[in-house]
Design a protein around this ligand. Sequence first.
Ligand code: ADP
Ligand code: GLC
Length: 485
Amino acid sequence: MNVLFVSSEVAPFAKSGGLGDVSAALPRQLGALGHDVRVVMPMYPRVRLPGVVFSEVADDVALSLGRHTVRVSLHTAPMPGTRMPVYFVRCPPLFDRPSLYGSSPDEHLRFAVLSWAAFKACQHTGFSPDILHVNDWQTALVPLLLKTRFAWDRLFARTKTVITLHNLGHQGTFPAEVLPETGLGDSAHLFHQDELRAGRLGYLLTGLLHADAITTVSPTYAKEIQTPEQGLRLDPVLRARRDVLTGILNGIDENEWNPAADHHIPQAFSADDLDGKEVCKQALMASVRLPYRPEVPVFGLVSRLVWQKGLDLCVRVLPSLLRHQRCQLVVLGKGEPAYEEFFRTLAMAFPHKVAYDSAFNEARAHLIEAGADLFLMPSRYEPCGLNQMYSLRYGTVPVVHKTGGLADTVWNFDAKTQQGTGFVFEHFDDAGLSWALRRALEVWGSGTGADRARWRTIQRNGMGLPLGWKHRVGRYVELYEQLCS
Ligand code: ADP
Ligand code: GLC
């Protein structure tokens, strides 16, 4: 099959969170099965990686979007380690910005341009996609563009569209007046009419109305988003389209996230030989300048510091935990100033127990996954979540809220049956998180002898799970085949 995968971020070129990881790993896995997969993304300034050579596909492509004529050029480079073409949409006035996303008044234009350019990339390279697979609001105009502005082109005569929802928290909702600047001014009747009347135009909503199939990144999230509580005003449309909505759990990229072959960590380890993990713990503690104590459990937290991630529970629960319990905490993350301030203050209050780094640092994220004993992920909601899966793979026992993909990937440890891979709390409140943390520390016990042996069991339960994309990709292939048959 020919698949064009369009995303606003693709690792290693540009990544702000899990979308970047998935937009690299899923196309790679599809490519490995022999499908002709190509990827489209914006040419942000950070995209220019050392050693990557770009060649021009088209210069000066003019897009007429309402009162704007936007000029873009298209460039290509292979996805690192493969021959898969990635097409980059270059438009310095729109994409040369310090962060990937923002709240500037032309945000709608930036990603309308990306969506238009995806079609231009096909036209300039003669690529006829069976599937146009788009992701989140940034690329959600593609299905409607296919039905309208590009319906004339025989290149797309057989093309079907799939939209994957990675996070309903971001919907790309703009004032209705921007409609002409989507380049779809003459298709106003195909947007959600009530929303337009209320003065709003939602990119994601438009994608949900027009895509041939809708997927989201875990089965539980697929159910949750059909409820008013978690549908964030999109639930009526999602319920109306439930026949084409499926939840397919994300996988992890085992080339990137594998403790037996990870160039970011000082010693390899595996379920059969966990000695290397202790070396990683030692290296982690040295790198964050905390005392290393083998018998004291270290919690890791790597996250965008935003409301979604349940950090308000941490704000209320962690200070007393750290005061009363033997444990340490290593945090890596950037985000809302109030959360950054909280972790900064926490590190000052507990200088021997807490380290905080407010950076985006891929290598440090790997070292935390490898060196920590537990991983904290109390998300309020979590469409899938990758970090808990990286943690499982690295023998770092996750403590999670039972929601979305966390509920689908982590099972509460039961000391009687010795089954389970982590500590899972059901109620999103202080008592819930406190319970899970207490339970985790209880099971950790002395961290030696029989307690250590029991801990090894939990670690191995998680390390043995089939989490790689190779176990998941088949679901996407089936879906594509269904659509094309
Ligand atoms: P989300 O996409 O909602 O942020 P995921 O768990 O799906 O959550 O993916 C987060 C990804 O971003 C992981 O690969 C994680 O390691 C990475 N990440 C988040 N914050 C940082 C950071 N400060 N430094 C390095 N990697 C980070
Ligand atoms: C989103 C979600 C996260 C998911 C990721 C990749 O950013 O917040 O749960 O894992 O996308 O699908």
